[in-house]
Design a protein around this ligand. Sequence first.
Ligand code: R5P
Length: 296
Amino acid sequence: MSGAKHHKAVYGFPECETQARALAAVLRCPYFSVALHTFPDRETLVRIEQGADEAILFRPLHHPNAKIFEVIQAASAVRDLAADRITLVAPYLPYMRQDKVFRKGEALSQKIFAGVISPWIDRLITVEPHLHRSHTMESIFPGIKGSALSGAVPLAAYFKGRGIEKNTLVIGPDEEAFHIARPFAEALGLDWITALKKRRGDRDIKVTLEGSALTGRPVLIIDDVISTGMTVIGCARAALEAGAASVSAAVVHALYDEQAAKAFKAAGIAPVVSTDSIPHPSNAVVLAPYFAEALG
Ligand code: R5P
């Protein structure tokens, strides 16, 4: 019924329709597509046909710049259609890395992004954001309710369901990765360690493993993000040199391209599984039930 107002609805963007529809199915509420029109000068216009009291906007915000502005347009449109509450489910949240000014003159992009998006929404739900120095969503996103879901929980549930060799060693490829490696390994009753990573450039990474008993063991590398893939490749090389029997990987946010996927194969890393926080060929873990639980 065109123009009717619903109690609750999920609104999805074209590139993430499968994931947004999955959330609507778990929530047992209607799904509506956000229509996007691109003008010849590449401006975009968002159009939403049906309103809901509780509007749930769904969009992973990788390759973020245009998407952020379109999400803001969608939030404005659902508010104009009389939404009482607007939740943005952004399975991948961008601009979390730059949470401090590392070099004089740089922009504090995390704070800028938070200031831009927060006035338009009431709640923000994401998975495994980069919260390494700013510790809570509330401290980053002023005036809105924020929820950062664990990526370790769904990934561990996936491996629990499939079974995993008991002597598998879980490796977080840098010291920060203990946030995910530890809860993941503990949920599965596996040993875990973190590696030491030195990043000398976007693609220039050296990973070392110190004093770990790897000989003959399967290794599972787990990380929050794979982007260029160089971190996982560096870690896999170090593990294989130390005698690991095999190397596989699990990741929350699969940002990597086909070239990186080929490089994983060449480096002997298989399989690589990811959550569907970003639509990707490696997706194996559906996050919709976890978002539905957070939405209550
Ligand atoms: C770093 O803090 C992250 O946890 C990942 O290790 C990193 O973003 C992976 O990047 P790449 O795949 O480009 O090495």
